[in-house]
Design a protein around this ligand. Structure first.
Ligand code: PBG
Length: 325
């Protein structure tokens, strides 16, 4: 036999030498949930090891992330029910908990990359990602005005990047214009380009208290059965000025990540979502899987073509990477 692939699997050193995909701490973005109130660090029941933080409790968490070598966070605001209204106005309150959180993080760790998810579902009383018409349809063009206001408010507070996750048509262009008009042309946009109407967001909706009060998100998020449609969305987002394109969820959509990788030169991100997290976390906790399954799953997202990975496992992975140095 001339070719024996096993030769390159013979020792750990050789395996390391020929390894094609390596997860690095720099690849990882850690999601943080910021709530109203004080003195709150509360574990989210559907997501073990993930917490709600009030702004005054962020400092230790940020210091821990810096210590672990995690350089990027994505923020989600979880306002009190009393602050929700039809139009999500708390989302663009320049003094809202999220905006205060941005300022706090920049104060504690100026070098930390602060990304803000831009969406309305956490802030609207009806839990939909936009402004509703009288018959309960999400009004696309009206919603664009609000998303733009929200993005500008985050930029004003010091966000480095905004990540629109609403799936309205034309939102990247609208947000890019609004940012530029307000002098934030250096704030980048990471577009949730292919965001599917997925059942894997369940634990997040618990965490963010953002489940729709009626109906579902299928008139704006994508049908999980579609792949070509993801290309249309990415083409539009890129034409409208997206700096990074994202696929979400990640693990059931590795084929979409690979299609993006093969077709676009922009950096590609993937969101390893809450359901994917809780599923694995619970299986490891129950002893059904070893912890290596976490590394393997997240690494597969990178192998598929995403160089940027949003994951609740970021801290676990940073520790794993250190331990295996
Ligand atoms: C907001 C938003 C959602 C997630 C990120 N941004 C929920 C949704 O669309 O219902 C899900 C993230 C996760 O499941 O980890 N629209």
């Amino acid at each position: 036999m001339l070719r024996r692939p096993r030769r390159l699997r013979a020792t750990k050193a050789i395996r390391n030498l020929v390894r094609e995909t390596k997860l690095q701490k720099e690849d990882l973005i850690y999601p943080l949930f910021i709530v109203d109130g004080q003195n709150i660090k509360r574990e989210i029941s559907s997501m073990e090891g993930v917490y709600h933080f009030s702004v005054d409790m962020l400092e230790d968490e940020i210091k821990e992330l810096v210590e672990l070598g995690i350089q990027h966070v994505i923020l989600f605001g979880v306002p009190d029910d009393s602050k929700k209204d039809c139009c999500g106005s708390e989302a663009y309150n320049d003094n809202g908990a999220l905006q205060q959180g941005i300022r706090k993080i920049k104060e504690v760790a100026p070098e930390m990359d602060v990304i803000c998810d831009v969406c309305m579902c956490e802030y609207t009383s009806h839990g939909h990602c936009g402004i509703l018409t009288e018959d309960g349809y999400v009004d696309n063009d009206k919603t664009l005005e609000y998303l733009s206001k929200i993005a500008v408010s985050y930029a004003k507070a010091g966000a480095d990047m905004v990540a629109p996750s609403d799936m309205m048509d034309g939102r990247i262009g609208a947000i890019r214009n609004a940012l530029d008009e307000n002098g934030y042309e250096t704030v980048a946009i990471m577009a949730y380009s292919a965001k599917y109407a997925s059942a894997f967001y369940g634990p997040f909706r618990d965490a963010a208290n953002s489940a729709p009060a009626f109906g579902d998100r299928k008139t704006y998020q994508m049908d999980p059965a579609n792949s070509n449609e993801a290309m249309i969305e990415a083409d539009l987002d890129i034409a409208e000025g997206a700096d990074i394109i994202m696929v979400k969820p990640a693990l059931s959509y590795l084929d979409i990540i690979r299609r993006f990788k093969d077709n676009y030169d922009l950096p590609i991100a993937a969101y390893n979502v809450s359901g994917e997290y809780s599923m694995l976390k619970e299986a490891v906790k129950k002893g059904l899987l070893s912890e290596d399954a976490i590394y393997e799953a997240v690494m597969s997202i990178k192998r598929a073509g995403a160089t940027i990975i949003i994951t609740y496992f970021a801290k676990d992975l940073a520790k794993f990477i250190d331990a295996n140095k």
